[in-house]
Design a protein around this ligand. Structure first.
Ligand SMILES: Cc1cc2nc3c(=O)[nH]c(=O)nc-3n(C[C@H](O)[C@H](O)[C@H](O)COP(=O)(O)OP(=O)(O)OC[C@H]3O[C@@H](n4cnc5c(N)ncnc54)[C@H](O)[C@@H]3O)c2cc1C
Length: 353
């Protein structure tokens, strides 16, 4: 038996951030992933602290956003790679009423440091309908997740800490002290399986509410704009001169394939926002590991002290994963408290009933 500290199942953004954080704490880790379709490989990686028509501040934004900016910048240094793009998020006003509401909200103390009327309207106007101007969300960013995940994967491979195989839960033996899988004995096995977590026999009782989303790569001719445009859908300018744009929310069709319904929805929204003819270059779909109550699933299984979960990041994995990985590592290594709204302890009655 090879002794390790943590066996992590899944190398999406959740598993990657947890693996990196635990490794930085000196823990011996091993990551298992069979490279099936994943949400992180599809996602736009946008970090947006203020969302929706009511300009709601993201859960824990005051902690998450300063943390993610310093975390991803430092990670770029460590990995010697470029994947973190702090950019403004631009919201063209849809009506005079919305303009009035958004501008009034710039004086709301809760949103101080997060929103301001944009001074860059003309940078968007060649491509985007923004006749009334727009609001700028500050502290926004996007992460090129495929680049980040590939870089983390390389390090794990170099350190012989990665294995490409399907993790089957019936191969696991759990005792109060150890978790065994094949030739490994760990202090804990941690499920970071994204939307597949709902099929995990140990965690299928959690209140999952996974939701499919679709994204397109677009070719839009004309001068590029500086950030991300957001008006119910979003359009993200990529450094290669192309654009990624999405997304919809679909709860019934939970396949990983893009659909005609998704395409029709997205094209309708894009054509109202983009002024010039554009071409679709690619159309992909993924399943967000969302939860009822929209809070993550972090913590230890109520019946098995050597089984953990780091999941339920929904549509905000890029913003939440670094901060929650630190919280979970603090809990595992230093016995600190987990955030009660993230801790799966809040659902223990569901398991025991
Ligand atoms: C269209 C779309 C757009 C999105 N846009 C954004 C965005 O802009 N910003 C944002 O923050 N979030 C966005 N999201 C959400 C984001 O994708 C998720 O929050 C995040 O990727 C979840 O990461 P994860 O690691 O939990 O899951 P995943 O990325 O799905 O990773 C799970 C991993 O586990 C592996 N795995 C699972 N089970 C097993 C097993 N039994 N054996 C071996 N390997 C296994 C899979 O291969 C996979 O690599 C978007 C999602 C979609 C679908």
């Amino acid at each position: 038996m090879q002794k390790i500290d943590y066996l992590i199942v899944g190398q999406g953004i959740a598993g990657s951030m947890l693996a990196w954080t635990l490794r930085s704490r000196g823990c011996k880790i091993r990551v298992i992933d069979d490279q099936r379709p994943s949400s992180s490989r599809v996602a736009a990686g946008i970090c947006n602290p203020v969302t929706g028509r009511k300009l709601a501040k993201t859960w824990l934004a005051d902690e998450l956003f300063p943390f993610l900016h310093s975390f991803y910048s430092a990670l770029e240094e460590s990995l010697q790679a470029r994947f973190f793009y702090p950019v403004p998020l631009y919201r063209p006003y849809q009506s005079i009423e919305e303009q009035n509401f958004f501008i009034a909200q710039t004086a709301n103390p809760v949103l101080e440091g997060y929103v301001k009327p944009s001074e860059q309207n003309e940078a968007y106007s060649p491509l985007i309908h923004n006749e009334l101007g727009g609001l700028e969300t500050l502290q926004a960013a996007w992460v090129d997740l495929p680049v980040l995940l590939t870089e983390i994967h390389k390090i794990l491979e170099q350190e012989d800490s990665f294995e490409e195989t399907e993790f089957q839960w019936d191969e696991v033996q759990l005792t109060p002290e150890t978790a065994r899988w094949r030739s490994y004995e760990a202090k804990m096995i941690i499920s970071c399986e994204g939307a597949y977590g709902r099929f995990n026999p140990h965690f299928n009782w959690l209140p999952w509410a996974v939701v499919k989303g679709e994204i397109m790569n677009l070719d839009i001719p004309g001068p590029s704009f500086p950030g991300i445009v957001n008006q119910s859908v979003w359009i993200q300018a990529h450094p290669n001169g192309k654009y990624r744009a999405g997304s919809n929310y679909e709860w019934n069709d939970l396949t990983w394939e893009p659909s005609e319904k998704g395409k029709t929805y997205l094209l309708d929204k894009f054509s109202k926002l983009i002024k010039v003819p554009f071409k679709i270059e690619k159309h992909v779909a993924g399943i967000r590991p969302a939860t009822q109550g929209r809070r993550p699933f972090v913590g230890v299984h109520p019946g098995h002290s050597t089984l953990g979960i780091f999941n339920g990041l929904g549509s905000k994995g890029t913003s939440m994963a670094p901060f929650l990985a630190k919280q979970f590592a603090d809990f595992l290594v230093d016995r600190k408290e987990l955030h009660p709204e993230a801790n799966i302890q809040r659902f223990h009655t569901l398991y025991f009933s």
